[in-house]
Design a binder for this molecule. Structure first.
Ligand SMILES: [Mg+2]
Length: 128
C-alpha cells in the first residue's frame, strides 16, 4: 500500500462528526504521540532501556495510530499526505546539503542566511 492509498483508506474509517474535523485528529495525534512517549519511558523505567519484541509490537501499533491521525488531519485540511511526505524529505535533503539538519526551527535555512548577512554586515560596516 502506498501512502496515498493509506490516506484514502484511513478516510473511510474516520467516523468523527464533521463539526469536529481538524480538532479531533489534532487532539488524537497528540494523545497517540503521548502513548509512544509513555511506552518509551517504560522501557527505561522497567527494562533498563532494553528494546524487546513486546515493545516493538506495542510501538508499531502506536506509530500506526499516529499515522492514522496524521492522515485524518491532512484529509480534513484537504492536503495530500503523499505530497507532505515528499515535501518533508525534500526539506530534510536540503538541510543535509546545507549542513543545517541539526538544530531546531521550521525555517533554519533562512536563519542561516540571516546569520550570514549579519556577520557580513557587522564585519564590513560597523566599527565596534
Ligand atoms: Mg494508541
Amino acid at each position: 500500500m502506498n501512502i496515498r492509498e493509506y490516506q484514502n483508506r484511513a478516510k473511510e474509517t474516520a467516523i468523527y462528526p464533521e463539526k469536529f474535523s481538524i480538532m479531533y485528529p489534532t487532539l488524537g495525534l497528540v494523545g497517540e504521540a503521548g502513548e509512544i512517549a509513555n511506552k518509551v519511558k517504560k522501557i527505561y523505567r522497567d527494562n533498563n532501556g532494553e528494546v524487546t519484541d513486546e515493545f516493538i509490537d506495542a510501538i508499531k501499533s502506536e506509530i500506526g495510530d499516529v499515522l492514522w491521525y496524521c492522515a485524518a488531519l491532512a484529509s480534513d485540511l484537504k492536503i495530500d499526505l503523499a505530497q507532505i511526505a515528499e515535501d518533508n524529505i525534500s526539506k530534510l535533503n536540503k538541510r543535509m546539503e546545507t549542513d543545517t539538519l541539526k538544530g531546531s526551527g521550521d525555517n533554519r535555512e533562512r536563519v542561516v542566511e540571516i546569520i550570514s548577512d549579519i556577520q557580513v554586515f557587522s564585519d564590513d560596516t560597523i566599527d565596534w
